[in-house]
Design a protein around this ligand. Structure first.
Ligand SMILES: [Zn+2]
Length: 85
């Protein structure tokens, strides 16, 4: 049956954390997510907000090859955030 699948999809769409993450980085530039950045895993372009952009650039300040940004397609958000800290 598909019941379980439908429930988890709806729960994810209405999860506050996921909505916040969607505002902070996406495939499409927005008023919040306006900084272009490359995922270190899939090399896809993403647009991120000021906060994420600052965290990523400060992490790569001493080593330009160190790109901590990994998109949600490659990694769960929690793992991504733990990489930044
Ligand atoms: Zn990726």
């Amino acid at each position: 049956m598909n019941e379980g699948k439908a429930t988890s999809r709806i729960r994810k769409e209405f999860d506050a954390d996921n909505i916040a993450a969607a505002d902070k980085y996406s495939k499409i530039p927005s008023s919040l997510a306006k900084h272009k950045i490359v995922c270190s895993e899939c090399s896809d372009y993403w647009f991120v907000d000021d906060e994420i952009f600052r965290q990523v650039t400060s992490a790569s300040e001493n080593d330009a090859t160190n790109n901590p940004f990994v998109c949600e397609d490659c990694l769960e958000e929690e793992e991504f955030l733990s990489r930044l800290s």
